[in-house]
Ligand binder design. Structure first.
Ligand SMILES: [Zn+2]
Length: 456
């Protein structure tokens, strides 16, 4: 990261050239901008933010900031600076279909201001790949968000296998054990115990026979997709779970799906508030992935007419076409009610202060990597969150969940320089997070033209 000759030779807007230019800056000054505070309800206007290497080193009043002569200057006037956004639920690998990794998605995240992601379904090989991407990103050879944590799914059908499975996951270098809805209750308990022994957190779907509050009490650190929240927020959770008891695998998932309309019908605000109050102090975090129920309820007639369709790799287009074709042939009759239910639950959870993080499950069909995080922020606001609360769920909340808030999640000296400069105020309208002028990725500036190049 020193000023170097190659940057002067750089006249073409090629990726290789961009890389050299990005790596060349020793320091970056974002001059005279409004720094958005994602924690408190007060933004700091007319600030100059200085970045050296990959860190923020100072934030000073614009009229007495000392800017090094060789610093790259970014005009922040009339603009808003937010911390880099985080998508806490993505899939960068195709471990089941054995297609190549979704590296095509990496620039799309960055172009949308997403500078960090959590990988939800890796395997040993993909953990190796993540290390390689990290090295390439650090060397300025690849433009990608940081993978803040990666989990490997535990697939066992017998509790006796839990120790061995967790040991294999730990030895692969994963950050957490991912669990799925179909895991039987005894197997889930065995996985939690084995993971505790190895010091690995357990996160993912709350198994379909486990109550949401039980999962929180037993120490499942994150719950995805509001799974088991629909039941917990109904007046018939006990009945539904009793009917599911003893089941696992496909039989469990099938019964859950068959019961879904009853669960949605029986939404009970009071029961939901009671659960929410306990969840708020349980240590469990929610990643509701509202992008999913929203997409299910708002399927476009021809997804391939979306201008972003061409950004998908060919094999991904094929997969989306297949799945969307099946959905068109068998429309989901509950999609509208599920989205309504998700919003109702979110409103109750918000009031109780249940810890929340943004995640999108990209690249599920019509959940475009990067773009979907922008959508998720809007969905939080649809559900009653203020824009600032939504921003917090995408920045400081993930940092806290991951124990990384000393070095990321907000704009402060000493924190990592993952920043997004916006042309309009995101606290007035959260959709303004789409109006990106520049992204600072670990101290490297990507201006609008360079972001556009990532989307070509
Ligand atoms: Zn997922």
């Amino acid at each position: 990261m020193h000023p170097s000759k190659p940057m002067r030779l750089c006249t073409l807007a090629t990726l290789a050239c961009m890389t050299l230019r990005m790596a060349a800056a020793a320091s970056v000054a974002i001059v005279d901008t409004t720094v958005v505070d994602v924690e408190h309800d007060r933004d700091a206007t007319h600030r100059t933010v200085l970045v050296e290497g990959d860190r923020i080193t100072s934030i000073a009043a614009a009229n007495d900031a000392r800017i090094p002569v060789d610093a790259v200057r970014v005009d922040g006037r009339g603009r808003w600076l937010i911390p880099g956004l985080v998508d806490m639920h993505v899939h960068l690998f195709n471990t089941v279909s054995h297609r190549p990794p979704n590296d095509w998605a990496l620039p799309l995240f960055v172009a949308n201001g997403v500078t960090g992601v959590r990988e939800m379904s890796a395997d040993a090989q993909s953990i190796e790949r993540l290390r390689q991407w990290r090295r390439e990103t650090d060397a300025g050879e690849r433009i990608a968000p940081r993978v803040l944590a990666a989990g490997i799914a535990a697939r066992i059908s017998d509790a006796a296998d839990a120790r061995r499975e967790v040991a294999a996951i730990a030895d692969s270098g994963a950050d957490f054990v991912k669990v799925f809805s179909e895991v039987g209750t005894p197997e889930w308990h065995a996985l939690l115990a084995a993971a505790r022994e190895r010091g690995l957190p357990v996160a993912g779907h709350v198994p379909a026979a486990v109550a949401l509050l039980d999962a929180a009490a037993q120490g499942q650190r994150s719950a995805e997709h509001l799974m088991q929240a629909y039941e917990a927020c109904s007046s018939i959770e006990g009945t539904l779970l009793r009917e599911r008891s003893g089941l696992a695998g496909q039989a469990l998932a099938d019964l859950r799906d068959a019961q879904e309309s009853r669960a949605l019908e029986a939404f009970d605000r009071r029961a939901c508030s009671r659960v929410a109050r306990q969840l708020a102090t349980s240590g469990q975090w929610q990643v509701p992935t509202l992008a999913l129920p929203w997409a299910e309820a708002h399927r476009s007639a021809s997804a391939d007419a979306d201008p972003r369709w061409r950004l998908l790799r060919a094999d991904e287009r094929t997969r989306w076409s297949r799945i969307l074709g099946e959905l068109a042939a068998h429309p989901d009759p509950l999609a509208g009610r599920r989205w309504h239910g998700a919003r109702s639950i979110m409103a109750v959870f918000r009031r109780a202060g249940v810890p929340m993080m943004t995640g999108t499950d990209a690249p599920m069909p019509e959940v475009y990597p990067g773009f979907s995080l922008q959508d998720e922020l809007a969905r939080f606001v649809d559900a009653g969150y203020t824009p600032r609360e939504a921003l917090r769920a995408a920045t400081l909340a993930p940092a806290r969940f991951l124990g990384q808030d000393a070095t990321s999640g907000s704009i402060a000296p000493g924190k990592r320089a993952d920043l997004v400069l916006l042309a309009a105020d995101p606290t007035r309208d959260v959709r303004n997070t789409r109006r990106i002028d520049a992204v600072v990725l670990g101290g490297r500036v990507l201006r609008r033209a360079e972001l556009d190049a990532l989307l070509r």
